[in-house]
Design a protein around this ligand. Structure first.
Ligand code: SF4
Length: 351
């Protein structure tokens, strides 16, 4: 394993050293919750990461206390980052979890630096900071406390119900700074959930998180992601999902169509081959030559979701009521910029 191949500033690329190689402790726990998972505890050298200028991410600074994610979503775009450690991007990503055990103390130190100017910090943008490991290592309370002490604005994106453990800390933070919480729910189909997001809490439990946060005065948006072509994109499915999101009291809904970058694409294709082989050709056509579905498809999905959102009374966005993972007001639309074409090819049957 190449601990020296991690970055000091960017968790999504392979550049200079982040960890001291002699500071890695590997543990396994035999409780049902952690069976099959190996934890690599490390003492990181830095924790506030700058997103590279070339990145399409709508935020500049991130904090990621973990690498790898036991939520095990088949489509997860962060899989490729495990290859920088010489770890497997399939099962290895789901079960070999790197834990930066000194994340809270490092963050406190870095926020106190004279060079730090108090910019927005996004969390849960690479891997989920409320994945199962957080139940044991409890890094987020220290991280939230450090941010609150400095009144540093931040946002969290998660699929983890564990965030409710920190409800009081979130309320405290929201009194002194600008915070945004988003929960990711791309669909409510139980069968699809069990196979494509096998380590996550169910969509219903995630929507309970939205309900609870909202009822305690913390506006919570839903990143409706991913919308999975041909499996979760029919008008009926989109309508049911938006209705459930509205009933949970979400402050906004932002649809995002599945993208398949290298690392995730191979794993997703293997899953598709096993579970839905008849769709392989349609996927090849939709994602031909790129990681993103074409614009005409994205616009169609986005348009339908926005129509349903209007019908069920989500939004419109009220200034200050909610900020998305970027720390910017939620635009209610996420369209990938390099999608290739504006018009549907005749041979693709979309819905
Ligand atoms: S919860 Fe997020 S980070 Fe974790 S596997 Fe799923 S998509 Fe990846």
């Amino acid at each position: 394993m190449r601990w020296d191949n991690l970055t000091t500033r960017d968790d999504t690329a392979a550049t200079p050293a982040l960890f001291a190689a002699d500071a890695v402790t590997t543990r396994t726990f035999d409780t049902p919750e952690f069976r099959g998972i190996t934890f690599h505890e490390i003492r990181a050298r830095s924790i506030v990461n700058r997103v590279p200028g070339a990145s399409r991410m709508p935020f500049e600074w991130t904090v990621n206390p973990y690498r790898g994610c036991s939520h095990a979503c088949v489509y997860c775009f962060a899989r490729k980052t495990h290859s920088y450690l010489d770890l497997d991007t399939g099962i290895g990503f789901d079960s070999q979890i790197v834990v930066k055990t000194n994340a809270p103390e490092l963050l406190r130190r870095e926020l106190a630096s004279r060079r730090w100017t108090g910019e927005h910090i996004a969390m849960g943008t690479n891997v989920d900071c409320y994945q199962r490991a957080e139940g044991r290592y409890q890094l987020m309370p220290g991280i939230l406390t450090a941010l609150t002490e400095r009144a540093n604005p931040f946002s969290i994106l998660t699929k983890g119900t564990l965030i409710l453990r920190d409800l009081e800390l979130l309320r405290r933070a929201s009194r002194v700074t600008d915070i945004g919480v988003s929960v990711s729910v791309g669909f409510t189909d139980g069968e699809l959930w069990r196979t494509v997001e096998p380590g996550t809490p169910s969509p219903e439990r995630r929507l309970d998180v939205v309900r609870t946060l909202s009822s305690h005065g913390i506006p919570c948006g839903v990143l409706m992601a991913p919308v999975i072509p041909f499996l979760g994109d029919s008008p009926e499915q989109l309508r049911a999902t938006v209705r459930a999101i509205a009933e949970a009291g979400a402050s906004s809904v932002t649809p995002l169509v599945l993208h398949l970058r290298p690392g995730a694409r191979e794993w997703f294709t293997a899953w598709l081959t096993h579970h839905h082989p008849r769709l392989l050709r349609r996927y090849d056509a939709l994602y031909e030559g790129g990681s993103y579905a074409p614009k005409w498809y994205q616009r169609r999905i986005t348009g339908m979701v926005h129509d349903f959102a209007a019908e069920y009374g989500i939004g419109p966005y009220v200034s200050g009521a909610h900020r998305n993972v970027s720390g910017k007001p939620d635009a209610r639309t996420e369209e990938e910029p390099d999608a290739r074409t504006d018009t549907p090819p005749a041979q693709l049957s979309l819905l």
